[in-house]
Design a protein around this ligand. Structure first.
Ligand SMILES: [Zn+2]
Length: 308
C-alpha cells in the first residue's frame, strides 16, 4: 500500500514542474505532495540544480587546470543533471581499426568500471576523439601511461594503458590527432585502450554520448546527462545499456527523481544466496546484475548492486 501511495505522489509531483520553469534558470523547483507521519499530507518543495553552459562560454583552462594530477577535481562535487553541447555530429575513432568493445562502463567484479575497453594491439596509434588541449600526459597509478584531453565543451577524455605517450601537457590537438600508442601499462590484463569520459571529475557513460559502431556518431549535439549516466552502479560492464537520450530540462529533472540503485556492503559470513534471499532477489539475478558467477568468492567490504 505504501508503495502505491508513493507512486501516486511521484506522478502528482511530476505535474508541477512546468509552472516553476521560467522563474529559475539555474534550477527546477518541484512541489511534491508527500505524507509525513507526524504532520499528515504536506507539500514538499524539491530543488534540482540545472548546470548548463554553452561550449562557447567555457574557457577550458580557467578551472582546475592541473597538469600533474589525473583527476584534479577530487575536492569538488559536480551536480547533475548537466547539459552538454557538441559542435560536431561525429567523433574520431580513437583506434585505427574497427572498435571491438571488450568491457563496458558499469559494475564489474564488485567494482566500478568507469570507462569502456577497446581492443588493440600494442603499438597501434591512438588519437584524440575530439579537438582540445592536453591537460595530463604521464604515468598514473592503475591507469599506466595516460593522456587526458580537455575538450571545448568541458568534457575530458582519458586514454589509459598506453605503451607510449606522444604528446605533452598544454599541446593543442585537433580531432583525430595522434596522442600515443596503445599498450598494456598499469593495471591492465592484456593490451587494450581504456577510454574514460568525464566532466569535472565525474565519469560519464561513454555510450550515452557516443555511438561506438563504425558510424562514430555523437548521439546528439545537445544532451542532458543525469545521474543514471554518471554512476557505474546503474550499469553492467557485460551488457549494452539501452540509451534513451534526454534533451530537455524537464525530462532531466524528472529522470533525476527516479529511484537510485541500492548498494550492499558484504559482511563477515555473508553468502550470495543469503544476500539474495534477504533482498528478495533471485540468486541468478543478483549474479547477473553484478557480473559475477554464483561460485565467486565474496570479500568483506565488497559492494553489490541490489537493484537496477
Ligand atoms: Zn577499462
Amino acid at each position: 500500500m505504501k508503495y502505491i501511495f508513493f507512486s501516486i505522489v511521484f506522478f502528482c509531483g511530476s505535474l508541477c514542474i512546468d509552472a516553476q520553469n521560467n522563474s529559475l534558470p539555474n534550477s527546477l523547483k518541484i512541489e511534491l505532495p508527500t505524507y509525513k507521519l507526524n504532520l499528515g499530507p504536506i507539500i514538499e518543495t524539491i530543488e534540482i540544480p540545472l548546470v548548463s553552459k554553452k561550449a562557447s562560454e567555457i574557457d577550458i583552462k580557467s578551472d582546475h587546470w592541473d597538469t600533474t594530477l589525473h583527476n584534479p577535481y577530487v575536492d569538488t562535487v559536480q551536480q547533475f543533471p548537466l547539459e552538454l553541447n557538441f559542435t560536431d555530429s561525429t567523433y574520431a575513432s580513437p583506434v585505427p581499426h574497427t572498435k571491438v568493445v571488450t568491457s563496458r562502463y558499469g559494475w564489474r567484479r564488485g567494482r566500478a568500471h568507469n570507462g569502456i575497453d577497446i581492443d588493440l594491439v600494442t603499438g597501434d596509434s591512438v588519437v584524440s576523439i575530439l579537438s582540445g588541449i592536453v591537460r595530463f600526459a604521464k604515468y598514473a597509478n592503475g591507469f599506466g601511461n595516460t593522456v587526458v584531453v580537455r575538450h571545448y565543451n568541458g568534457l575530458e577524455s582519458t586514454y589509459a594503458h598506453l605503451s607510449h605517450i606522444g604528446v605533452k601537457a598544454n599541446d593543442t590537438l585537433v580531432r583525430g590527432q595522434y596522442i600515443g600508442k596503445g599498450g598494456n601499462t598499469g593495471n591492465s590484463r592484456g593490451s587494450h585502450l581504456h577510454l574514460e569520459l568525464s566532466y569535472k571529475g565525474e565519469q560519464i557513460h561513454p555510450e550515452y554520448l557516443f555511438d561506438f559502431s563504425s558510424k562514430n556518431a555523437i548521439r546528439s549535439e545537445q544532451v542532458w546527462v543525469t545521474q543514471k549516466w554518471t554512476h557505474a552502479r546503474y550499469h553492467n560492464s557485460r551488457k549494452v545499456s539501452t540509451v534513451k537520450l534526454i534533451k530537455s530540462a524537464d525530462e532531466a529533472a524528472l529522470a533525476s527523481l527516479a529511484r537510485q540503485p541500492k548498494l550492499y556492503v558484504v559482511q563477515k559470513g555473508d553468502t550470495l544466496y543469503a544476500i539474495s534471499r534477504r533482498n528478495n532477489m533471485s540468486l541468478s539475478r543478483l549474479c547477473e546484475t553484478n557480473a559475477i558467477k554464483q561460485s565467486s568468492p565474496l570479500k568483506i567490504g565488497q559492494k553489490l548492486v541490489l537493484e537496477l
